[in-house]
Design a binder for this molecule. Structure first.
Ligand SMILES: [Zn+2]
Length: 294
């Protein structure tokens, strides 16, 4: 496995950024092309009867000003439609379903739909959080078919992404996993943390591993990335070689341990070790290390 196997990172969706300020062109295309409208409420999608995939309408849903242009996939136009609470409740009743996080049904989505779910979630959460201008406090208006916020004083804002690093440290036949205090019993994962202001991603990898485990590393290799709109991260995944042995915990971690491949496989099989879900890049890193999907 390599970074090609990270879930929801490959799609033929063309985001058509050049069309975001050509509303008339999009309206013309709507008349002649197939269109898909994805209702989104607080970053969640509607699963009718708790079934997958999420509900996609062939007609606009909700208020036109909350319609965002996602792009063109296989010559068809895709939009996300941000709903109010009343609109979401109405749709839930109409389809006997619930708005749920993409986490719940991720493995039931194909690559394109998984990508669209993460994309529309990230955009919707950003729009909801940016209701007011963060410079002057005036009400923001959504511009550029969903991709820009503009207040009456002309302050423009675009979606902000928060980069986070995630790293699998290995030493011979063992890898380093940790758990935080508030995690469910048995859950362990790769070490991770946010990139800080003024820091390179490489520095963040060294710093986070050392802070959380006291382990020094070398030979840091880029593995791949995954959009992670929970609410606005981009996971940047790495592999690294551990060059020290003794673990010391910081306040953030409840435990950090070295696991051998055999121990990982056995504990995963008997249920005493719970890893991040299959669709996460943390799982991809660990699966790649043990040589089979976990
Ligand atoms: Zn402003």
């Amino acid at each position: 496995m390599n970074s090609d196997q990270i879930y929801f990172t490959w799609t033929e969706l063309d985001r058509c950024a050049d069309m975001r300020n050509q509303k008339n062109r999009i309206e013309q295309l709507k008349k002649i092309k197939t269109c898909h409208y994805v209702p989104v409420f607080e970053g969640k999608h509607l699963y009718p009867n708790q079934k997958h995939p999420f509900y996609i309408s062939d007609k606009p849903v909700g208020q036109p000003e909350r319609e965002s242009f996602l792009g063109i996939l296989h010559d068809e136009l895709w939009f996300s439609c941000g709903l109010s609470e009343d609109e979401a409740t109405y749709l839930e009743q109409q389809f006997n379903g619930k708005f749920e996080s993409v986490r719940e049904y991720a493995m039931a989505l194909d690559e394109d739909l998984g990508h669209i779910a993460l994309y529309s979630r990230g955009l919707d959460l950003w729009q909801r959080q940016k209701k007011y201008c963060s410079i002057c406090g005036e009400l923001n208006e959504i511009e550029s078919v969903g991709h820009k916020m503009l207040c009456s004083n002309g302050h423009a804002q675009w979606p902000r992404i928060e980069p986070a690093i995630i790293v699998l440290v290995t030493k011979g036949d063992r890898c380093l996993l940790g758990r935080k205090h508030n995690w469910k019993p048995g859950v362990y994962s790769t070490l991770a943390g946010f990139v800080e202001a003024g820091e390179t991603i490489e520095d963040a990898v060294y710093r986070e591993v050392y802070e959380e485990s006291n382990i020094r590393i070398k030979n840091v290799r880029y593995f791949g990335s995954q959009p992670w709109p929970f609410p606005a991260s981009l996971m940047l995944a790495f592999q690294a070689d551990g060059i020290s042995e003794d673990i010391r915990l910081d306040d953030e971690m409840e435990d950090v341990r070295w696991f051998s491949r055999d121990e990982l496989l056995q504990c995963h099989q008997d249920g005493s070790l719970i890893l991040a879900p299959r669709f996460t890049v943390a799982n991809s890193l660990i699966s790649q290390f043990v040589g089979q999907p976990l």
